[in-house]
Design a binder for this molecule. Structure first.
Ligand code: FAD
Length: 395
């Protein structure tokens, strides 16, 4: 019997688990994950604004198909030249192929005062515990200024701060306190949403809901005693309750050679193929990679499929497709759909898009476990909703 080649996957999240399940027949696949659980991060928004924990995590072992080996340990070092990885236990593993998919590291310390602020009010980009603090504040605040401020434009899920402020608005309205609360969204961009075309969809919604948008405001320093956020641009913003979208950095793994990571620890990979530098046996996918144009699970999924095809000898390439479901409250939603060649389409907010978002969440676990079933369905979905096609409809 011919021995299968060894394929190591660092991180069993959205990208790593799909890749493992897509290659289980052809390779001797091992996933190394530092937690026994696989987290569905979009649920942090549902915890923060609905106290809904239902879809938060599943045991990773239950999501991997037969034949995929799973090691629960933290990878501390990867040597691309030596083709080896070192675990926290100092155990070394060698490989024929490697895909690095450990996601991001949330760094509250990068913004002075943010650790204290998160202790008080939480956030919805780090942990379920912090998301539950947000739920407590939006359900107890009666008056004053409520702020969501973006401290890092490269955070996970580009529309999430907008979903956050609009879902907070929904909670305040349902609680009957909205009139007494001044809501502010402070962003580093020249307009509410960074992509000009999608801003045409979101800005009118924010306006209609009475949310004040502060542009050119990158949270830099937080004075929790005096309840003030100062921006890099030199402006000040007072708050009674505030959530700052924290700085995201690359994984805490020593990767050699050193030029395979950038100054923030993200892994330098080709945006079309996910290959790391000149190593044709090494790939970085998902949030941890510089090749990711939007830090979303859909991107990680599509990149995993490209890598799976490439190691099987096909010339697959990323198109840069995004497909970010964006909930705006009151059972309405829209999608941020773009690719490398087309800006975000002006998809209007409606109930169908909200239902689609919920459907994606409901089938998520099955999509991870059974790529062979879902791939053809998604191929049709992505073809029918190509930005080029949608741009003809939503001009
Ligand atoms: C509030 C919010 C809303 C979101 N909404 C959406 C959405 O609607 N649609 C969408 O597509 N995306 C959404 N996202 C983004 C999406 O969750 C991420 O982009 C996606 O999970 C990235 O997948 P990944 O595989 O790169 O990383 P992850 O899914 O984060 O997986 C990384 C895995 O690596 C493991 N790991 C980390 N370090 C190590 C180590 N040293 N050794 C071993 N294992 C390690 C982790 O435990 C984890 O299991 C949202 C994110 C947030 C925070």
């Amino acid at each position: 019997m011919i021995e299968k080649e060894k394929f190591l996957i660092v991180g069993g999240g959205s990208g790593g688990a799909i890749l493992a399940n897509s290659l289980a027949k052809e390779f001797d696949v091992t996933v190394i994950n530092d937690s026994p659980n696989h987290y569905y991060w979009p649920q942090l928004l549902q915890i923060a604004f609905r106290n809904d924990y239902s879809n938060l995590y599943r045991p990773l072992s239950s999501l991997l198909v037969k034949g995929v080996n799973l090691i629960i340990d933290s990878v501390k070092k990867i040597d691309l030249q030596e083709r080896s990885i070192t675990l926290s236990t100092n155990k070394k593993l060698s490989y024929d192929y490697i895909a690095i998919a450990p996601g991001v590291t949330i760094d509250h310390k990068s913004i002075e005062g943010n650790e204290k602020l998160v202790n008080q009010f939480g956030d919805f980009h780090s942990t379920p515990e912090n998301a539950s603090k947000v739920f407590n504040i939006v359900n107890s605040m009666k008056k004053g200024t409520f702020v969501i401020s973006v401290g890092d434009p490269y955070h996970r899920c580009p529309p999430s701060p907008y979903e956050g402020i609009l879902l907070a608005d929904e909670v305040f309205r349902l609680r009957g306190v909205r009139e007494n609360i001044n809501m502010v969204l402070a962003v580093p961009y020249p307009r509410a949403y960074p992509a000009e075309t999608f801003n045409e969809v979101l800005e009118p919604i924010l306006k209609e809901r009475g949310i004040n948008v502060m542009t050119f405001f990158t949270a830099d320093k937080i004075d929790t005693d005096n309840k003030k956020i100062t921006s890099l641009e030199g402006e000040e913003l007072s708050y009674d309750a505030a959530i700052v979208v924290p700085v995201h950095k690359g994984p805490k793994i020593e990767i050699k050679p050193e030029d395979s990571v950038n100054q923030d620890g993200f892994i330098n990979a080709d945006k079309l193929t996910n290959q790391i530098l000149s190593y044709d046996d090494a790939f970085a996918i998902g949030d941890a990679s510089t090749s990711t144009n939007a830090k979303t699970g859909v991107t990680a999924h599509l990149q995993a499929k490209v890598v799976a095809k490439r190691v099987l000898g096909l010339d697959a390439k990323n198109t840069g497709r995004t497909n970010c479901p964006t909930e705006i409250g009151f059972q309405k939603g829209t999608f941020v759909i773009s690719d490398y060649n087309h800006p975000a389409v002006k998809v209007p907010a409606n109930t169908i898009n909200f239902i689609m978002k919920r459907l994606f969440a409901d089938v998520y676990w099955d999509v991870i476990k059974h790529p062979e079933f879902w791939d053809p369905i998604f191929d049709v979905y992505f073809e029918r909703t190509e930005p080029e096609v949608l741009w003809r409809i939503f001009k």
